[in-house]
Design a protein around this ligand. Structure first.
Ligand SMILES: Cc1ncc(COP(=O)(O)O)c(C=O)c1O
Length: 409
């Protein structure tokens, strides 16, 4: 008789803590789609699903690279032309103490590598709450517990410094700062960056500055300039890994191109950077031909950003007005990226609300509990990438569910 395996192959128990609410909701949507309905997707931050296209000169650069035979493995850190372009862009942002630059399969892989290269089993990392769930998923994969600090809704979702101070332990190795923020759309003030840098100095922390949305600032400062300030420019002496990529600013999420810029004092960061490079070598390289789009993107025309920001401002304004006008809903106005994180006052969990919204009104948003939130509060995340007509339809659906299910409040 042939031998067959009959015992179930179980997944590693540490995976129980891996959640990715944004995609986990897809099963509910699939049921609704199977019944013949169209679902309005306000849940995934992919501009290319909507009326945003990758700039053609970037596509040309990748196509040319493929035609020119750049189809083998690339160097583990990335191709020189792209690394030079990233250094140039970092210099324009005032980052002067660069110790290393490396290109990865999206910021997702940068995060994976940078966290794995830093953290021992007894260590912890401060991550924001609400959080972009990649960070908690990577920490779970490393079998590490969350050490989450709150973003303060009453203070425009700025990091809560008192909470950060309380949560630093002798085993805290770093802090993640997402700026502009997903899921709240907030942008850190320069003073906040300075305060966090000071805490990092005092407690010997690495700062992970996730700045993947840095060109999508929707509010100007009084001088009319974009208001984004790079953490690594404010704190040249502090070990900072700045994350950037092509997914959002350059509308090419499917290419899976991201990067990390390590800055700070050379002697302080050297051993850690060596560790990162070990892991970079172990996974061979990032997508090769797509790396040729990096110089095209960073050094080429930036015209697409004018149109992208015009659309996003209009959609943000519509979203904000709807939040203000709708009973039980309130929202801190987003200042960057393409997310709003409204608060909702309802007598049941935001996850139930979001599932019912998909089932009854065919609108998909993500529940606040999928990102984390203060106990006793409930939220949902809106992606305001769709055009005004689609957003209008979605908001009418959300408002009618709130009215029908909870009354006016
Ligand atoms: C804050 C943040 N960081 C990282 C990522 C992942 O980006 P990538 O597509 O480069 O992996 C996202 C994607 O939504 C994000 O919102």
């Amino acid at each position: 008789m042939p031998l067959t395996q009959s015992r179930e192959i179980s997944a590693a128990s540490r995976l129980e803590n891996v959640r990715y609410a944004i995609r986990d909701l897809a099963c509910v949507a699939d049921e609704v789609i199977a019944q013949g309905h169209k679902v309005l997707p306000l849940n995934i931050g992919d501009p290319n699903v909507f009326d945003f296209q990758t700039p053609p000169h970037m596509i040309e650069a990748v196509y040319k690279a493929m035609r020119d035979g750049k189809n083998g493995y690339a160097p583990s850190s990335g191709i020189k032309a792209a690394l030079d372009a990233i250094r140039g862009e970092a210099a324009r942002k005032g980052i002067g103490t660069i110790q290393d630059v490396f290109i990865t399969s999206g910021v997702s892989e940068t995060v994976d590598i940078c966290l794995a290269a830093l953290l021992n089993p007894v260590d912890n990392l401060l991550t924001p709450c609400p959080d972009y769930p990649l960070y908690s998923a990577v920490l779970a994969k490393l079998d590490l517990k969350l050490n989450a600090y709150y973003l303060n809704e009453e203070d425009g979702w700025q990091p809560d410094l008192d909470d950060i101070r309380k949560k630093i332990t002798p085993r805290t190795r770093g802090i993640v700062l997402i700026n502009p923020n997903n899921p709240t759309g907030s942008v850190c003030t320069r003073q906040m960056l300075e305060e966090i840098a000071e805490l990092a100095r005092r407690h010997n922390l690495v700062i992970f500055a996730d700045e993947i949305y840095d060109k999508l600032i929707l509010e100007s400062d009084p001088s009319g300039k974009d208001a984004h300030v790079a953490m690594a420019a404010v704190a040249p002496d502090v070990p900072v890994i700045t994350f950037g990529g092509l997914s959002k600013n350059y509308l090419a999420p499917g290419w899976r191109i991201g990067w990390g810029i390590a800055s700070g004092e050379a002697s302080v960061i050297k051993a850690y950077v060596d560790g990162i490079n070990k892991l970079l070598r172990a996974r061979l390289c990032a997508n090769h031909p797509e790396q040729y789009a990096i110089p095209a993107a960073l050094d080429g025309p930036q015209d697409h950003l004018i149109e992208v920001k015009r659309k996003l401002r209009s959609r943000r304004d519509l979203t904000q007005k709807w939040c203000t006008d709708t009973a039980r809903v309130s929202c801190v106005a987003p200042r960057g990226a393409f997310y709003a994180y409204p608060r909702i006052e309802i007598p049941e969990s935001d996850e139930v609300f979001v599932r019912e919204l998909i089932r009854q009104k065919h609108v998909m948003v993500v529940h606040g509990s999928g990102f984390g939130q203060k106990p006793g509060t409930q939220h949902f995340r809106i992606v305001f990438l769709p055009d005004e007509q689609t957003l209008g339809k979605a908001y009418a659906g959300i408002a009618s569910l709130i009215r029908e299910r909870y009354g006016k409040g």
